[in-house]
Design a protein around this ligand. Structure first.
Ligand code: SF4
Length: 384
C-alpha cells in the first residue's frame, strides 16, 4: 500500500506578513525543545505504523514548514533515519525538503545531502527587494540568487515558489520575476496568488489603509501572462498553480490531488487516512508533551478529526482531480457512478464545454486553461 508522508517543522526565523501557517520564531525554542520535538516526531511515526494492519510503503516524504533546516540539519538527519526505521520506502521515493534562501549555506546543503533529500523546494517568492519587503520576507533578492546558485551547484530537482498579486503590484515586476526564475532553469515552478488570510499582519495593514487590497483582476492577468509565457517552454502546466519539466512533477503534491492517503506528522500537520482527515495541534510544545505521554487513539495529537461522508469524499475527489491537467477519471469517484455524475452535472458541464472551459476525452474530463482561471466558480457546483 503506497502512501505519502508530510512532516511539519513549525519554526521560522521571523513571521512573513501574509503567513497563517503553523510556525513560530526560532528564538522561542531552546535546544532541548528542538531535541524533544525530533523525538516526538519519531514517537508519532512509530505510533502511526503500530496502527496499521498491512505493510505500508512510502512513495513520497515531504518535510515542510516553517523552515526545516533551521532546526539544524543534524536533526533532519535523525528525522529521516526515523522515517527509514519505521517505513519501507518505494524505489525512487521522492524526498522533498522546503528551504528558505537564508538557510542555503554550503554546510546546510551538505547536511541535507546526508539526510538523503532528493528534491529541494526553495521559497524565493520574488527577485524584487521592494516586493520581498512588502511580504515581510527575511531575505533579499541577492540572497535568493546566491541560494539558487549554491543549490544548483550541488543538486538537481529544484523547485521555486513565486508569489504574484501582492498589494500595489506592478505587472512589469511579475514579468521580471518570472523571467529571472526561468534564467535559473528550475525543474519545477509553483506560482501562487497572494491570499490575504484573516489575522495576519498583512490583513491588518490593509484594514488600516497602510497598503491597498489585493487586486483580483491583476492577479488573474498575472496568472494568464504566466500561462502564456510558459506554454511554449518545456514546462508542463500540470496543476493550476504548478508547472514542471517532464518527469519533474511533485509526486507528493500529486498524491494530494489524486486523493491518495497520506500521513501528517508534527505540530500543525494534517493527514488523510481511510476516509478521515485529521490535523494535529499546532502548538509544538503541546504536541511534544502529548507524544511523550501514553498515546491513545489513532491520532493522539489531533485537535481535529473528521470522518468524511460519501458526498464529501466524492466532491473532494472531483474538485482535487480537476485541479490537474490530466483531469478526472469518472470511474475513480468514490461512491458515484459515471452515469450518476452525468445525471447530476452533465447539463452544466456541457454548457462549460461549449464555452471552452471544460474538455472531455472518453471517461475523463478536465478544465482547459480558461477553465482553470475560473476554477473556483466551476468547483462550486460540486460542493455537497
Ligand atoms: S517562511 Fe513560510 S512558513 Fe515561515 S513565516 Fe514565511 S511564509 Fe510562513
Amino acid at each position: 500500500m503506497g502512501r505519502g508522508l508530510y512532516i511539519h517543522i513549525p519554526i521560522c526565523r521571523s513571521k512573513c506578513y501574509y503567513c497563517d501557517f503553523a510556525s513560530y520564531p526560532l528564538n522561542r525554542f531552546t535546544e532541548r525543545d528542538l531535541d524533544l520535538y525530533v523525538l516526538a516526531i519519531e514517537y508519532e511515526l512509530k505510533h502511526l505504523l503500530s496502527q496499521e494492519t498491512r505493510p505500508v510503503e512510502l512513495t513520497s516524504v515531504y518535510v515542510g514548514g516553517g523552515t526545516p533546516p533551521l532546526i539544524d540539519t543534524s536533526r533532519l538527519v535523525l528525522i529521516m533515519e526515523a522515517v527509514h526505521k519505521y517505513f519501507d520506502l518505494a524505489t525512487g521515493c521522492e524526498l522533498t525538503v522546503e528551504l528558505n534562501p537564508l538557510t542555503c549555506t554550503p554546510e546546510t546543503l551538505r547536511g541535507l545531502a546526508k539526510a538523503g533529500f532528493n528534491r529541494f523546494s526553495l521559497g524565493v517568492q520574488s527577485f524584487d527587494d521592494y516586493t520581498l519587503m512588502k511580504l515581510g520576507r527575511a531575505h533579499s533578492a541577492q540572497e535568493a540568487r546566491a541560494a539558487i546558485g549554491l543549490l544548483k551547484e550541488n543538486f538537481d530537482n529544484i523547485s521555486f515558489d513565486l508569489i504574484y498579486g501582492v498589494p500595489d503590484d506592478d505587472p512589469a515586476r511579475w514579468k521580471r520575476d518570472l523571467e529571472t526564475a526561468l534564467e535559473f532553469d528550475p525543474d519545477h515552478l509553483s506560482l501562487y496568488s497572494l491570499q490575504v488570510e484573516e489575522d495576519t499582519p498583512l490583513a491588518q495593514l490593509i484594514k488600516r489603509g497602510f497598503c491597498d487590497p489585493v487586486d483580483e483582476g491583476l492577479q488573474a492577468d498575472q496568472w494568464d501572462w504566466a500561462c502564456d509565457r510558459l506554454y511554449p517552454t518545456d514546462y508542463r502546466h500540470y496543476e493550476i498553480s504548478n508547472w514542471a519539466k517532464p518527469g519533474k512533477e511533485s509526486r507528493h503534491n500529486l498524491g494530494y490531488w489524486l486523493y491518495d492517503p497520506y500521513y501528517g506528522v508534527g505540530a500543525g500537520a494534517s493527514g488523510f487516512l481511510d476516509g478521515q482527515r485529521y490535523r494535529n495541534t499546532s502548538d509544538p510544545w503541546e504536541y511534544t508533551q502529548i507524544m511523550r505521554s501514553s498515546l491513545k487513539g489513532r491520532f493522539p495529537a489531533a485537535e481535529f478529526v473528521e470522518r468524511l461522508t460519501p458526498e464529501q469524499m466524492a466532491a473532494e475527489r472531483i474538485i482535487l482531480a480537476l485541479r490537474t491537467a490530466d483531469g478526472l477519471n469518472l470511474e475513480d469517484i468514490p461512491g458515484m457512478s459515471s452515469a450518476e455524475f452525468w445525471r447530476r452535472y452533465g447539463e452544466k458541464l456541457t454548457y462549460y464545454r461549449e464555452m471552452g472551459l471544460v474538455w472531455r476525452r472518453r471517461q475523463r474530463i478536465g478544465l482547459t486553461e480558461a477553465g482553470m482561471a475560473l476554477s473556483n466558480r466551476i468547483f462550486l457546483m460540486f460542493m455537497p
